[in-house]
Design a protein around this ligand. Structure first.
Ligand code: GLA
Length: 384
């Protein structure tokens, strides 16, 4: 990928790039919609991601090419906030806003990769975090990962999605063969070994594009805040849904509005599942892990209501096939991918079976992607 981007760079700008880097995507084993509720998540960085080749520009302007779509932006420093119809450039604008207190040098850049867009694998966070590391490098800013994660979260919130910290945290802190147990209450984390033995994770992309800004993502976030307010006024003071226990749910159930109770109880139960999943990893109990994935999906679909028929279908399908130990929708929902735990690897016959059954039902060909815990954001040494 770097070589392709390097040759686009030289062709477009007439000189060689100076730096190269890679920002991974994010998969999440379990802990969905818990991050913005100060809960637990268990994600990992993927080997798929976005690569960047870049150099400081000679006239302090910005010339940026998206290799996958062949879009190009040429813009001067003072016009940087002009409105644009190019989706990826909006994210870059948000990043530059976050750095508006620093006289950031302009840059020439080509980026591209193998992450499906709007599929729940954090392509927008990979871009945001990648551009942050580009700015840090060119301007020698030297912020630590923790600061850069927060800058990335701020930039993405500027885009309008009231997201949590999971994606950006994972992109900066990924580690080969390790998953991240992150406590979104204080951002403390540990790297945990992935399952030992012959197990693998595959994503099935429904090809139903989800754009979190147009989805009910922000509404769910607000419903959780309403839940916190209701519980504080009527039951006990809590700062977030993190402070509610499974035992509290027994008391709350008959008292709360059904919709609000469903949202709240999903989050509380999902937090408990993340902690159990951590134990299954430590005990290398893939069967128990698989069951937790199915339970998580049921909660997301029935209580949190962020699934869609295509995601539900793909999860149901795996229940009749012994290759699968568990499956659930992954990411914000309303489309995107399922994550599937497999004993061994998924053979071609099974992949073809799923693809053709899904295509018959929905008229779309799912994309099947194996994902492995990989390194976080990194500089790539080779010079163009
Ligand atoms: C998106 C957000 C994350 C998280 C997930 C749902 O990926 O960016 O912060 O809330 O949805 O778990």
């Amino acid at each position: 990928m770097i070589n392709t981007l390097a040759s686009i760079f030289i062709q477009a700008f007439g000189y060689k790039h100076e730096y190269a880097s890679f920002a991974p995507g994010r998969a999440n084993i379990i802990g969905e919609h818990t991050d913005y509720n100060h809960g637990f998540v268990l994600p990992f960085a993927t080997s798929q991601g976005i690569s960047f080749v870049y150099a400081p520009s000679r006239d302090n302007s910005f010339r940026i090419i998206a290799a996958n779509t062949n879009d190009r932006i040429d813009i001067s420093r003072q016009d940087i906030n002009n409105s644009t119809s190019i989706g990826w450039f909006k994210f870059i604008q948000q990043v530059l806003k976050v750095y508006s207190d620093v006289p950031v040098t302009g840059f020439d850049m080509v980026f591209g990769g193998d992450l499906p867009v709007a599929a729940g694998v954090s392509s927008s966070s990979a871009l945001t975090c990648g551009v942050i590391s580009v700015i840090e490098k060119i301007n020698g800013l030297g912020h630590v990962a923790e600061d850069m994660v927060l800058k990335a979260v701020t930039a993405e919130r500027g885009y309008g999605v009231q997201g949590g910290i999971m994606d950006q945290f994972t992109i900066f802190n990924g580690h080969k063969d390790k998953v991240i147990m992150l406590d979104c209450h204080d951002n403390s984390f540990e790297h945990i070994d992935f399952l030992r033995g012959d197990y693998s994770f595959y994503l099935f992309n429904t090809q139903v594009k989800h754009n979190l800004l147009d989805s009910e993502y922000n509404q769910r976030h607000n419903q959780c805040l309403q839940g916190v307010d209701w519980i504080t006024s009527n039951y006990k003071p809590v700062a977030s849904l993190r402070d509610i226990t499974l035992a509290d749910l027994q008391h709350l159930r008959p008292l709360m509005d059904k919709m609000l109770y469903n949202r709240v109880s999903y989050v509380v139960e999902e937090n408990a599942r993340v902690l159990l999943t951590k134990e299954t990893l430590i005990n290398n109990d893939a069967i128990a892990l698989g069951h937790l994935l199915y339970q998580s999906h049921t909660g997301l679909s029935e209580k949190y209501e962020v699934s869609c028929p295509e995601l539900d279908w793909l999860v149901e399908y795996t229940k009749n096939n012994t290759a699968f130990l568990g499956a659930r929708m992954m990411g914000g929902g309303f489309g995107g991918c399922t994550i599937n735990l497999i004993k061994g690897s998924l053979n071609e016959h099974t992949q073809n079976q799923i693809s053709s059954a899904y295509q018959k039902t929905f008229g779309l060909l799912p994309e099947i992607i194996q994902v492995k815990p990989s390194s976080g954001i990194m500089e790539i040494a080779s010079r163009g």
